[in-house]
Design a protein around this ligand. Structure first.
Ligand code: TXD
Length: 308
């Protein structure tokens, strides 16, 4: 019996999510969207391509939440994406009302699901889903730091002309301009990058990481990055479905960890069949702690604007 993966939002990211989940045979896939025909059309197209990749996952589309009944994993991308000149925070008002609606739909139709929130502003959206749905904290997580870490890994790999597979990185804090790439924990096969790249160049790569989302938005002009975010969320879903105990930077509900009380913030966590199984508290030096605290303060300000 295959697992069931529900994608709430069948847009740019939702489409890549559906394709990756189905063609990797992570489970049967249902795409939910409010636009009539959009999820059904994308699902039918992907299903007709399945023989070419040998995947037997069922793929379907729905405009009713009944279609997601009993889902094991729910990945939420419903909401507006940024346009050039917009910050992630600019999306708050519109996406907040959407997220409340989505949270009720998921709560009522997939009450046992592991939920990965992707919609921006991420830290506020995942908090909203948790508050409205009432799901336990291990089953509600935000996708952010894993993507930001992948971006830094790419920039370091390109700089040194090494395999992306051998670069590890951790980007913590809020998913926005105040994110905290932890240079001390970025390595190439265990070798700290500070031994391989000049301090000035590292600063440039860190700044590019923080602005990477905006860089893609500026180039695309009609929307934001969608392949790398989808791949990031799929890694998280796979870690849950296959109990892989992966360690990712994700937006997790901190209740005392890092001195944070009751806020979703990007921190390293262990992800497996129990969802967010535990948060890893890594040592932060004074400079890192100052940046992290400033990022947490920004998340607090954002969340303070939310009326559930
Ligand atoms: O790292 C991250 N977390 C971010 C997240 C990385 C990139 C993009 N990030 C955010 O994901 C982005 O700012 C958006 O808030 C979401 C989705 O981005 P995407 O590029 O997929 O946006 P689209 O293509 O506009 O798709 C959004 C879909 C679209 O098909 C709408 O019809 C649908 O959401 N939508 C809804 N679905 C269900 N229910 C409701 N109410 C609804 N409203 C819109």
């Amino acid at each position: 019996m295959r697992k069931k993966i529900a994608l709430i939002g069948g847009g740019n990211i939702g489409g890549v999510l559906a394709e990756q989940a189905a063609y990797r045979e992570l489970g049967d896939v249902v795409i939910f969207d409010v636009v009539e025909g959009l999820p059904q059309g994308k699902a039918l197209d992907m299903a007709e391509g399945a023989p070419l990749v040998g995947a037997d996952s069922k793929i379907s589309g729905a405009n009713s939440y009944a279609g997601i009944a009993g889902a094991d994993v729910v990945i939420i991308t419903a909401g507006l994406a940024r346009k050039p000149g917009m910050s992630r925070d600019d999306l708050l008002k519109t996406n907040l009302s959407i997220m409340k609606q989505v949270a009720e739909g998921v709560r009522d139709n997939a009450p046992d699901a592991f939920v990965i929130v992707v919609s921006n502003p991420l830290d506020a959206m995942v908090y909203t889903f948790k508050e409205v749905s009432g799901f336990p904290k291990n089953r509600v997580v935000g996708m952010a730091g894993i993507l930001d870490s992948a971006r830094l890994r790419s920039f370091v790999a390109w700089e040194l002309d090494v395999s992306v597979k051998d670069v590890t990185a951790l980007v913590l804090g809020g998913h926005g301009d105040t994110m905290v790439p932890l240079v001390r924990y970025c390595t190439v096969a265990g070798v700290p990058i500070e031994q391989l790249i000049s301090a000035e160049r590292i600063d440039e790569l860190v700044e590019r990481t923080k602005g990477a989302g905006g860089e893609v938005v500026g180039l695309l002009k009609t929307g934001s990055a969608f392949v790398s975010p989808a791949l990031s969320a799929i890694e998280m879903a796979e870690a849950f479905l296959r109990d892989k105990k992966r360690v990712f930077a994700c937006a997790c509900l901190c209740e005392g960890e890092y001195g944070i009380e009751g806020l979703y913030v990007g921190v390293p966590c262990v992800m497996g069949a129990g969802g967010v199984e535990r948060i890893l508290e890594v040592e932060l030096n004074a400079d890192e702690r100052k940046l992290f605290d400033a990022s947490v303060d920004h998340v607090k300000e954002l969340v303070a604007q939310i009326e559930i």
